[in-house]
Design a protein around this ligand. Structure first.
Ligand SMILES: NC(=O)c1ccc[n+]([C@@H]2O[C@H](COP(=O)([O-])OP(=O)(O)OC[C@H]3O[C@@H](n4cnc5c(N)ncnc54)[C@H](OP(=O)(O)O)[C@@H]3O)[C@@H](O)[C@H]2O)c1
Length: 276
């Protein structure tokens, strides 16, 4: 496990730092002596996290409020940063609780801005500098959902498998440059994610062994990026689930039960009868 020595003074930009996995990365990297740029929409949360990290670790911490779902959100974030970013953690994310055809276009657009455009835009802004300096670390917080059968009508799994594929492609482009890129793919992790999604009661009925605590997930992700691994699936249970679906024929995957969202249409397993 990397102890973070040698990274003191490097600047880490962390999206989604006000809660969950992003917040845990902020604490971990602050503990490694990194200077931090924390961003999310909730400034008070960022400021209070920053104060705690400054006090505990004596590192420099900047807070930038930004809605990554706004078309100019990333651009204004980038223009407010005046340091060389060596470490980029793309953790901001959420899921839309409605079926695709029930969602209005603006909520889909905002979702894709946060889940795909923002991480790619930030990578595009900071990776060239990392390559020039011969050192960089980028973690895209993806999900086990990128490896399991797609939930009907949800863009969440597709957005996560896209980010895994993007991380792999990027890692190959920058091989040998000193810049490591990892897609971190946690399973169910105890954060605010399911409170925001609104299915806390439902997921709390799942067995405890399916859940991970946030700190081991983040430590596994950091260790993986230090070792130059393209994909990190933290925890044995999650590794087992990914391996099982990799081996399972898709015809069987399609028959597995899935969670239905409340929506205006019923999903049927059979094609409707055609007339005419
Ligand atoms: N928890 C899980 O079970 C799980 C499993 C696999 C993958 N993941 C992934 O892990 C990542 C982090 O999620 P989490 O579990 O830590 O959830 P979380 O506790 O709800 O944190 C989500 C973070 O994203 C930020 N965010 C959301 N929308 C944003 C926007 N429009 N602009 C800027 N920031 C925004 C939130 O900050 P503000 O609300 O302050 O803006 C918050 O800091 C996500 O990409 C998620 O898909 C989570």
């Amino acid at each position: 496990m990397d102890d973070g020595q040698g990274h003191a003074g490097r600047w880490a930009l962390i999206t989604g730092a006000s809660a969950g996995i992003g917040e845990a990365f902020a604490r971990l990297l602050g503990g490694h002596g990194c200077s931090l740029i924390l961003t999310s929409r909730r400034t008070e949360r960022l400021e209070s996290l920053a104060a705690g990290i400054r006090e505990s670790h004596g590192v420099e911490v900047q807070c930038h409020s930004c809605d990554l779902g706004q078309p100019d959100g990333v651009e204004s974030l980038i223009s407010s940063i005046d340091v060389d970013v060596d470490i980029l953690i793309n953790s901001a994310g959420y899921a839309i609780p409605d079926y695709f055809i029930d969602s209005d276009w603006d909520s889909i657009r905002r979702f894709l801005e946060v889940m795909a455009m923002a991480p790619i835009h930030l990578s595009h802004a900071y990776m060239p500098g990392m390559v020039d300096r011969g050192w960089g670390r980028v973690i895209h917080v993806s999900s086990l959902a990128g490896f399991v059968p797609e939930s009907p009508g949800s863009l969440y799994g597709p957005s996560k498998s896209f980010m895994v594929s993007y991380a792999r492609s990027q890692a190959r482009e920058l091989k040998g440059s000193g810049v490591h890129i990892t897609a971190l793919c946690p399973g169910f992790t105890r954060t605010e994610f399911h409170d925001v999604l609104g299915n806390r009661e439902e997921v709390d009925r799942m067995p405890r062994w399916m859940w991970s605590e946030v700190d081991p997930v983040v430590r596994a992700g950091w260790s993986a990026v230090e070792k130059g691994r393209e994909v990190c699936i933290p925890g044995l249970v999650n590794k087992g689930i990914q391996a099982m679906f990799a081996l399972m024929p898709s015809a069987i995957q399609r028959k597995l039960p899935y969670t239905r969202m409340p929506g205006r249409h019923e999903i049927s397993d059979s094609e409707p009868e055609r007339h005419g």
